[in-house]
Design a protein around this ligand. Structure first.
Ligand SMILES: Nc1ncnc2c1ncn2[C@@H]1O[C@H](COP(=O)(O)OP(=O)(O)O)[C@@H](O)[C@H]1O
Ligand SMILES: [Mg+2]
Length: 368
């Protein structure tokens, strides 16, 4: 395939040190034009520092940031074709909504008539037409955030940087704003780089996600890729719910054969490339990929693993039932079975067999 488009943003082997702290540790990324790209990771993983280096608020200790193919060097924020929306939206309290949104254009001396037209367009885009004369304190949190977005977008940046922009909103409003932001991004077609520690937020909004931990990017992929094919223990653990079964690797080759603490032999279709026979490892399986059976009703299934256990808890969740199953050897599994017609129900204390396909199992090195 010929690479036709220059990345909107590229980080090439970027490092940021603050005294002895390595906030960003050899990060390389390419973000495509028009992409909704999320930087996802726990607090302190280096997301904000990465974003600030793209925006020009920090300079890399090593490496280079490119925007549309141009190395940014020492350029200050106002000379970069980017705008930033922060968590505390920092609207000017004494200005009206319209004045807040117009601010960037006023500073650049854009003609009055054009400003009026573009402010109108922006108000329509963020669905705040009719609010132009209000002041920030007369707006809800979600409305203030929409003004902040309009204020950044009116400058027509090539790239919009957003640092946990919905962090201050309550859950319900956050969900609504997630959809709205995603829709607006699709409408304007501007590249969004979106920082969040909330994996669900990243999964619902982003085209691609970079999962960060301790200053490093551990995986880049679509939401489906990072959810279904995590490449290391951290990503498997951080994104979604996962069962981890401690195992010892017996054989690697076409898939991985492992031994559980209680002596069951299991197979996984994928293992981390660095695994060897004898390594201590973790088999990871999503709760929704597991099935429960009565011991006398276990189907003969090619390509499935099976272990025995005892049900310790049954939790009804509406669309599904969650079972906690204890295995001999001390491992606890969480199994999620849909509530449907004809599903067998199980009771606390029942002896069961848990099964899952080899294809749903992945094996990771235990140490991070
Ligand atoms: N200005 C600074 N001075 C010293 N350490 C900093 C500074 N900014 C960030 N750090 C450190 O760098 C690491 C990454 O921080 P940050 O990028 O803010 O992470 P995140 O946004 O993922 O929570 C943390 O250990 C943080 O304490
Ligand atoms: Mg941060």
């Amino acid at each position: 395939m010929v690479e036709t488009s220059v990345p909107a943003v590229e980080l090439r082997d970027v490092v940021k040190r603050f005294a002895e702290v390595i906030a960003v540790n050899h990060v390389s990324l390419k973000i495509a034009p028009g992409e909704f790209f999320a930087l996802l990771g726990p607090s302190g993983s280096g997301k904000t520092t990465t974003l600030r280096m793209i925006g020009g608020f920090e300079l890399p200790t090593e490496g280079e940031v490119f925007i549309e193919g141009e190395p940014q060097g020492y350029k200050p924020p106002y000379q970069r074709p980017v705008n930033t929306v922060f968590q505390n939206y920092a609207l000017f309290p004494h200005m009206t909504v319209a004045q807040n949104i117009a601010f960037g254009l006023e500073m650049r001396g854009v003609p009055r008539e054009e400003i009026r037209r573009r402010v109108g367009e922006m108000l329509e885009l963020v669905r705040l037409s009719g609010y132009e004369r209000r002041r920030p304190h007369q707006l809800s949190g979600g409305e203030q955030q929409r003004v902040a977005l309009a204020r950044a977008l009116i400058n027509r940046p090539k790239v919009l940087l957003l640092d946990e922009p919905l962090g201050a909103l309550d859950l319900k409003l956050r969900k609504a704003m997630q959809l709205e932001l995603k829709t607006i991004q699709e409408q304007v077609g501007i590249t969004f780089i979106y920082v969040t520690h909330d994996q669900e937020e990243a999964i619902t909004m982003a085209d691609r996600i970079a999962v960060m931990n301790r200053g490093r990017v551990l995986q880049v992929g679509t939401p489906q890729e990072v959810y279904e094919h995590p490449e290391n223990l951290f990503v498997a653990d951080f994104i979604g719910d996962t069962n981890f079964i401690p195992v010892q690797v017996q054989q690697v080759g076409d898939g991985v054969q492992v031994l559980t603490v209680s002596g069951a032999v299991l197979l996984a279709h994928w293992g981390e490339p660095t695994l060897n026979a004898g390594s201590e490892a973790m088999m990871a399986v999503r709760p929704e990929r597991m099935r429960l059976h009565r011991p006398e009703e276990v189907p003969q299934q090619e390509g499935w693993n099976a272990v025995e256990g005892i049900i310790r808890h049954v939790i009804y969740h509406g669309l599904d039932i969650r079972y906690e199953v204890h295995l001999a050897g001390g491992t606890t599994l969480h199994v999620r079975m849909p509530v449907g017609q004809g599903e067998t129900r199980f009771q606390r204390g029942e002896h069961v067999v848990v099964s899952w396909p080899h294809a749903a199992a992945r094996v990771f090195r235990s140490e991070s």
